[in-house]
Design a protein around this ligand. Structure first.
Ligand SMILES: Cc1cc2nc3c(=O)[nH]c(=O)nc-3n(C[C@H](O)[C@H](O)[C@H](O)COP(=O)(O)OP(=O)(O)OC[C@H]3O[C@@H](n4cnc5c(N)ncnc54)[C@H](O)[C@@H]3O)c2cc1C
Length: 307
């Protein structure tokens, strides 16, 4: 659901499986109270924050709001704040053309980020042009395969696409244990059934705790009852799935990442409904830098980096 300003509401937020903490209620409360916390009296302690990326800027802002008088934000970059939020414009006359050099796609389940985007009325109504959301070409072994917007992926990828979708919806039986469907774990989180979500997640940790993404896929899709009903063949189907990915593009480069980390992305909704910030995500830190409150932060200071 979007608000009039084109920003997403916090309805999309839910506790993440790794923290089980309801940041949406916490931040909704912060909105009502004008900050995430308050000192009883003005705090005269001097506070130093290293780094004027989004984390440092939010920390400075919240500390000032809470009643800390003296905040210094140290930033190594003499030219700009924002860190890894960097929206590069090509031509001042065409500000709508932006290359996001760092963060670029934002799922509404990133509740903290959306809290601040909404505070500054930054438009997040546009859908990110993910593969299959817009016309896409998947290049596989030197050949281009067209994937038209809103359609199923090219037929070459059908088996692995079907298998992965079935796994998300139905779960899998591995080592004699029936694992809950990832979507049902997300649903439990959304409905506040945190104990259920935790119990189901624990099974994933027990079975896949030592697996990388690739070896877990092998366990799942070469098992006796693979999701989707078809065994995946090695190496071809795994190469196809590596190119197709799970929403945001090919996942082959992260085949060596921990399976649990990938599943955290999935269960926490971090691959769902990605948003684009048409004005550039850097507008968030730009807005923070130029608000009245920020005038009370000591001028960013250049600190030599030590390596
Ligand atoms: C290519 C890329 C793509 C990404 N894509 C996404 C995405 O699509 N969606 C998403 O949500 N996230 C994405 N991210 C991650 C996101 O950009 C970061 O999580 C976020 O910007 C981190 O903010 P931060 O303030 O914690 O750190 P940073 O932005 O890294 O800020 C740290 C700041 O500290 C400064 N600093 C460092 N050392 C010192 C020092 N010794 N003294 C003074 N200053 C110092 C740096 O100059 C910098 O300004 C992406 C990141 C990258 C690089």
């Amino acid at each position: 659901m979007t608000t009039e300003a084109g920003c997403f509401s916090q309805d999309h937020a839910f506790p993440f499986i790794d923290t089980l903490f309801d940041y949406s209620s916490f931040l909704a409360n912060a909105k009502l109270k004008g900050g995430i916390g308050h000192f009883q009296h003005v705090c005269h302690e001097r506070v130093a924050i290293v780094g004027a990326g989004l984390s440092g800027m939010v920390a400075a802002r919240e500390l000032l709001k809470a009643g800390v008088e003296n905040v210094t934000l140290f930033e190594a970059n003499p030219i700009r704040n924002g860190g890894r939020l960097l929206s590069q414009r090509f031509d001042a006359n065409m500000p709508e053309y932006i290359a996001e050099m760092g963060a670029m796609r934002f799922p509404p389940s990133e509740v903290g980020l959306f809290h601040y985007l909404n505070e500054f009325n930054i438009d997040t109504a546009s859908v990110f042009p993910e593969p299959g959301i817009v016309d896409t070409e998947i290049h596989f072994q030197g050949e281009a395969h067209k994937w038209l917007a809103g359609m199923a992926p090219p037929s070459l990828f059908s088996r692995v696409d079907r298998g992965w979708r079935c796994f998300l919806k139905e779960g899998v039986t591995v080592e004699g244990k029936q694992l809950q469907a990832p979507v049902s774990i997300t649903q439990a989180l959304k409905e506040g059934r945190l104990a259920d979500a935790k119990e189901s997640w624990q099974q994933y940790l027990d079975i896949f705790g030592d697996n990388c993404f690739y070896s877990a896929l092998v366990k799942i899709f070469t098992s006796a009852n693979p999701p989707g009903g078809e065994l995946w063949q090695k190496p071809d189907d795994f190469a196809l799935f590596g190119s197709l990915g799970i929403g945001s593009g090919g996942f082959q480069p992260v085949y060596r990442a921990a399976f649990i980390e990938i599943m955290q992305l999935v269960v926490n909704g971090l691959e769902d409904d990605q948003r684009l910030v048409p004005a550039g995500i850097e507008t968030l830190t730009d807005n923070m830098s130029s608000e009245k409150l920020h005038e009370r932060v000591s001028t960013p200071v250049l600190v030599p980096r030590t390596f």
